[in-house]
Design a binder for this molecule. Structure first.
Ligand SMILES: C[S@@+](CC[C@H](N)C(=O)[O-])C[C@H]1O[C@@H](n2cnc3c(N)ncnc32)[C@H](O)[C@@H]1O
Length: 234
């Protein structure tokens, strides 16, 4: 007797709720579909980063290789996800996660032509996979409160395989002489209330098992931006 084909058993994953910090502080930037269409333009993201978007995206991408299984810890405006997908190529795979459903849908549309990509709803503090070769965390840490930031750093380090890397690119305290320092101080105070917590801390000090990781930090553009490459040793 022929049995009807059974559908695969799919575990129901719990959807993360939108965190208060996102709703209270960043609704205008990330949760309103109309603003999202206005903001996701090269001249906007490049302007916000003082003309450094391409340089910063390339700075992050240079650590990833063809064949990598790569996680992007949150979707971002601009073409970073497409660059990452091209970087890992047909032999690799890119998982993009974001905590906001509207961003997940938007990112899926942007990446529709790429066959080596999946975009899922998840909190970077609880990524859906593990054993990644590499993770890219681009301008996420400064937007989340201190306690959540620690959870994200630990969860990303736990999600790479031993020998794998997590690349953080984010804001950094600019040099005292930086002409934009006073402007950025106002931007952080009014628009980015959690950034100060990142600027005052080394990313390596956020990790519980910091000693199990090799940390390399660089800064650029008068130290306004930092890149930290964390290689998990064991
Ligand atoms: C990564 S930051 C990037 C900001 C940057 N200005 C850009 O270019 O878009 C913004 C994204 O992070 C997402 N996000 C915030 N908290 C998150 C979390 N805990 N886990 C995953 N995604 C998160 C937001 O929904 C938003 O789409």
């Amino acid at each position: 007797m022929d049995y009807p084909e059974q559908p695969p058993v799919v575990e129901a994953l719990e959807e993360p709720a939108l965190p208060d910090y996102l709703v209270d502080t960043y609704s205008w930037a990330y949760l309103r579909p109309r603003n999202l269409r206005l903001l996701d333009r090269h001249f906007v993201v490049n302007g916000i980063l003082w003309g450094n978007y391409r340089r910063l995206a390339a700075w992050a991408c240079e650590h990833f290789s063809s064949g990598d299984r790569l996680l992007q810890a949150a979707s971002v405006y601009g073409d970073l996800s497409a660059r990452l997908a091209r970087r890992v190529g047909a032999l690799g795979f890119l998982d993009v996660i974001d905590i906001a459903p509207v961003q997940v849908n938007h990112c899926r549309k942007k990446l529709a032509g790429h066959r080596n990509v999946s975009v899922q709803l998840a909190d970077a503090a609880a990524p859906p996979g593990s054993g990644y070769d590499a993770i890219c965390c681009f301008f996420l840490l400064h937007e989340i409160p201190d306690q959540h930031r620690r959870l994200v750093v630990d969860a990303l380090l736990a999600a790479v395989r031993p020998g794998g890397i997590v690349v953080f690119v984010d804001y950094h305290l600019p040099a005292w002489w930086h002409p934009l320092r006073p402007v950025m101080a106002l931007v952080f105070r009014w628009l980015e209330p959690f950034a100060d917590g990142l600027l005052r801390t080394r990313i390596e000090d956020l990790a519980k098992r910091s000693a199990d990781v090799d940390w390399k930090k660089e800064t650029c553009f008068g130290a306004l931006y930092q890149k930290v490459v964390a290689r998990r040793l064991r």
